[in-house]
Ligand binder design. Structure first.
Ligand code: ATP
Length: 561
């Protein structure tokens, strides 16, 4: 199958904002793919990715290397391409222009196939060590040599992870269902269990509804985590749970999903990225303290400070990001794993088992010790007992409590009422940076105020809910400017529009109803708390969440909280 056809699909997707049309276009394309090995990779390419997020492989190609490769393939100066980006605002577009202008044309060129593009990407991702940049450069130049301008544009965007065709997971799921006339719920189920669209598309095409309904958890492939809603207080939570519940400490760390298959251990983060290599000591402890041969468990990884007290979750994220000097970090930021769920054990799928049974099973498979523990819990009907436990959790320095329904199955990817979280204040929001403003005077060279967006599923886009300028240190602003510069879509005077990629946690005094933004809500006194690298834009809070928090806040004000 030719890459040209995929480029044509990207182009059509870009031309419409209609979700139904986008879904149909993707479905039609998928239907045309007849080879299983191509169907396995195409869904990710459509999302603008090469590998699923949980795949450890990444291209590791930045703008500079990409420009050098295009320059090598076309004979056009890198500086020309760089300058052109100032006009086009998009490196993809500038790559297309360079390919149009090229002086060196490959005479023996072959039209690009999807397979060749993908194989080249794999080679690039697997190139490591000394001289790897040069080898990557050659691989890249090679495909750009044979690319048409339009193909070049989308190749560049894929390489940089900036596809902008408005295809997200939900749309892809619907398109797979449409393409192969299968039930959307079954596609969803299969995806939640395996998070592998390539595999799901293949099963949908070749095995239909029946195959999809038989899709099982696979050790090694992450499962979408079950999520919680917020409760106003412990008493409400208990009522919501039907009068009796399990309360667990809500640790302020980073969620992990641990897959153990004999000696092979994989640890996935909240975003289902593979973080195994950055925490080798945890891997060793898991090998010792998790008894079954094959098992999938979930827990919260917490950084431990003086006197065994928990440190804020950012410390754990510092461990996740580390590629070098890991030994030093093991000493600087010791970690503790608090396990709270079990999803699979030795051939047995546990997610349809009720929580209280899962917990028992979890207790039976963990040998506690060495920083591997079970999440501290109580099961109670008594609001007083639950409140006492809540106070204890806070006094120990934890975030609050989780309340869990005793009879709840594990619902992958669902944020329902079967898990509720209870925290002392109005909860912070995780919002996406969608715009920014250059500073003034001393801060003229840094972006210093940021427009915050919440996802609006109806519009299929992020809508603004506030602007934040406080809570940042000078270093933060420099870091943010570096991170956001490549994501700038448009510049007008001091204002810039930013590709929605970066999620930050925001505290605020209150949510107001306001005509100022099209969302109808505005945050009063927003303050930056932390960068949420553990969250992707799809995981950020939605406008529905903002509305819900607004209602909660009004209830609290009215004394009904
Ligand atoms: P948050 O920003 O509150 O961590 P979230 O969107 O990551 O929210 P929620 O479902 O809202 O997830 O809250 C549950 C989160 O709390 C889990 O993802 C996990 O990281 C964390 N957590 C801490 N302790 C527990 C526990 N005992 N059981 C389940 N989750 C826990």
């Amino acid at each position: 199958m030719l890459y040209k056809d995929l480029a044509e699909l990207y182009k059509r997707l870009e031309k419409t904002t209609l979700k139904t049309l986008k879904t149909r276009l993707v479905a039609e394309f998928l239907r045309e793919v007849d080879k299983p090995d191509i169907l396995e990779i195409v869904p990710y390419l459509i999302l603008g990715k090469v590998f699923p997020d949980w795949d450890e492989r990444e291209l590791g190609v930045g703008e500079k290397l990409l420009i050098r490769a295009v320059s090598m393939a076309t004979g056009i100066e890198g500086s020309w391409i760089e300058n052109s980006v100032k006009d086009t605002g998009d490196l993809g577009e500038s790559v297309a222009l360079a390919l149009q202008k090229r002086r060196q044309k490959s005479f023996f060129g072959q039209p690009l196939t999807i397979k060749r593009v993908y194989t080249t990407f794999v080679k690039i991702a697997e190139t490591q060590g000394a001289g790897s940049q040069d080898r990557k450069l050659k691989y890249l130049a090679n495909i750009f040599m044979d690319a048409t301008p339009e193909e070049g544009k989308y190749l560049a965007r894929t390489i940089l992870g900036q596809m902008r065709t408005g295809v997200a997971e939900g749309l892809l799921r619907d398109a797979i269902a449409q393409a192969f006339s299968v039930k959307v719920e079954l596609v969803e189920r299969a995806y939640m269990l395996t998070t592998d669209f390539g595999y799901v598309a293949k099963v949908a095409k070749f095995e239909g509804n029946e195959g999809l309904s038989k899709v099982e958890i696979q050790v090694g492939k992450p499962i979408k985590p079950m999520l919680a809603q917020m409760a106003t207080n412990v008493r409400d939570a208990l009522v919501e749970m039907g009068g009796e519940a399990e309360f667990e400490i809500k640790y302020d760390g980073a969620r992990v999903q641990v897959h153990k298959d004999g000696d092979r251990i994989i640890i996935y983060s909240r975003r289902l990225e593979n973080v195994t290599k950055s925490i080798p000591e945890v891997v060793e402890r898991i090998k010792k303290h998790l008894k079954p041969e094959k098992v999938i468990v979930e827990g919260e990884l917490v950084a431990i400070g003086e006197g065994g007290r928990p440190r804020p979750f950012q410390y754990v994220l510092r461990r996740f990001r580390r590629k070098y000097n890991i030994k030093e970090m093991i000493e600087k930021i010791p970690l503790e794993l608090n396990l709270f769920d079990i999803l699979y054990v030795d051939g047995e799928n546990m997610i349809d088992t009720i929580f209280i049974e899962r917990r028992k099973r979890l207790e039976s498979v963990v040998n506690q010790g060495d920083g591997v523990k079970l999440a501290e819990n109580i099961i109670t009907k008594s609001p007083e007992e639950a409140e006492a436990f809540y106070r204890k959790a806070l006094a120990m320095g934890h975030e609050g409590l989780m309340a869990k329904r005793l009879d709840a199955t594990y619902e992958p990817g669902n944020r329902g009422k079967k898990w509720l979280k209870i925290k002392p204040t109005m909860e912070n929001l995780d919002l996406v940076i969608i715009g920014a403003e250059w500073g003034e005077g001393r801060r003229a060279h840094v972006l210093s105020s940021f427009l915050l967006g919440a996802y609006d599923p109806e519009k299929g886009d992020f809508v603004p809910v506030g602007k934040v300028g406080s809570g940042f240190t000078d270093e933060d602003l420099i870091e943010f400017t570096k991170m956001l510069k490549p994501l700038i879509r448009e510049e007008k005077g001091k204002e810039v529009k930013i590709e929605p990629k970066v999620v930050i946690e925001i505290a605020y005094q209150e949510i107001q109803k306001s005509p100022k933004y099209e969302s109808g809500y505005a945050l009063r006194f927003p303050r930056y708390v932390a960068l949420r690298e553990d969250k992707s834009p799809e995981d950020a809070d939605t406008i529905e969440r903002v509305a819900q928090l607004y209602e909660l806040q009004e209830r609290m004000k009215a004394g009904k909280g």
